[in-house]
Design a protein around this ligand. Structure first.
Ligand code: ADE
Ligand code: ZN
Length: 361
């Protein structure tokens, strides 16, 4: 008998009323209460339709959708590109610093409800600068919300500037120049957008320059693209973490290397399902990867488009793969291990997770 059921028996025998919080031993409650870090999140991918309509209206922009329901109907994707087309279109209504603030603040208030206590999030400057929205407008709005999130909600953060890989090297270098005055606000650079046909090697020189500027480096690799792109991200870009990385499983030597280096993979289960990387959540590789010794984390990617934030992603894999609470807790611990928080903070979060596991198992 575990400690919780002992407590229930004791309470029943002694006529003690149990508070609903104390009695809720469900997996969803456990997932919600777990402290978590999010390491793969595109702020533009948190743009909920309701907020999109509100901002479009105040900016005098008419969208091609006449209602939230109509817009949501467009959220059916057969692949990454179909999603990206809608995602860039949605971001097109963001014009002013306050728009970027509101977008980021909405995300932070949502994750606060889910006990996400640390986030390392992407923003895609070129999505906005290509529409003549200045770099400083974008970053100032996001940064102000992140500062408020830390002071008012206690959520710590790192900011990752992501290059759009369907654009050319020159555009990435131009973005790096625009970012230099804000260097202290940016912790890392990333690489996202249309993967197939745009290998990491296309950005070798950009990533070298970013490393010289002192940024940490990450790249989306092996989401739709082949295992070869993961090798390139490791050997040519010298990245510190891999975003997605699902297709590493096609290459035993690569898995061996990733395990040996404890190179973290930021997996995104609901994204994988919605973008047809998998056809059923039961096929999700997260558990298989854990069993192989890979350092895997669970993240939401673009939650407004894929049907859920962190709790929903944890719940989706936990249910589909019949995970134990210990396995779920390991994923939460991995999220801090793979983060760029100081060691003492990582240990503090690990201890809190261990304590919750004892309390709720
Ligand atoms: N941009 C936003 N979400 C993305 C994803 N899942 N893959 C590549 N680029 C993206
Ligand atoms: Zn992503």
């Amino acid at each position: 008998m575990n400690s919780n059921s002992k407590f229930h028996k004791f309470a029943a025998l002694n006529n003690i009323k149990i508070h609903p919080f104390m009695s809720d031993n469900t997996l969803s409650h456990f997932i919600n209460k777990l402290p978590k870090a999010e390491l793969h999140l595109h702020i533009e991918g948190t743009f909920e339709p309701e907020l999109m309509f509100k901002i479009a209206e105040r900016n005098g922009i008419k969208t091609k959708y006449d209602s939230v329901a109509h817009l949501k109907q467009a959220y059916r994707f057969n692949n990454l590109q179909e999603f990206l087309d809608i995602y860039y279109e949605g971001a097109g209504v963001l014009l002013h610093e306050q728009d970027f603030y509101d977008l980021t603040w909405a995300y932070l208030t949502q994750i606060h409800k889910e006990n996400v206590v640390h986030t390392e999030l992407f923003f895609d400057p070129q999505t906005h600068t290509d529409r003549n929205v200045p770099f400083d407008v974008v970053i100032k709005g996001i940064k102000r919300a992140l500062e408020d999130g830390e002071s008012k909600l206690g959520i710590t953060y790192k900011l990752i500037m992501s290059f759009l890989r369907h654009l050319d090297e020159a555009s990435a270098f131009k973005t790096l120049e625009a970012a230099k005055p804000y260097k202290d606000w940016i912790d890392a650079v990333g690489l996202d957008s249309s993967e197939v046909g745009n290998p990491p090697s296309k950005f070798e020189r950009v990533f070298k320059a970013c490393r010289e500027e002192g940024f940490l480096l990450v790249a989306h690799a092996g989401e739709e693209g082949p295992a070869e792109y993961i090798w390139e991200a490791l050997d040519i870009l010298n990245i510190d973490r891999i975003d997605h990385g699902n297709r590493c499983l096609e290459d035993d030597k690569l898995v061996e290397r990733l395990v040996k280096e404890q190179m973290a993979l930021t997996l995104c289960p609901l994204s994988n399902l919605e973008l047809k990387v998998i056809t059923d959540m039961k096929q999700h590789p997260v558990l298989d990867m854990m069993e192989k010794g890979l350092l895997v984390t669970v993240n939401s990617d673009d939650p407004a488009y894929f049907g859920g934030y962190m709790d929903a992603n944890f719940m989706a894999v936990a249910e589909a793969l019949h995970m134990t609470k210990t396995q779920v807790a390991t994923l939460a611990k991995n999220s801090f291990t793979a983060s760029w928080l100081p060691k003492t903070d990582i240990e503090k979060h690990h201890k809190a997770i261990d304590a919750l596991l004892v309390e709720m198992c």
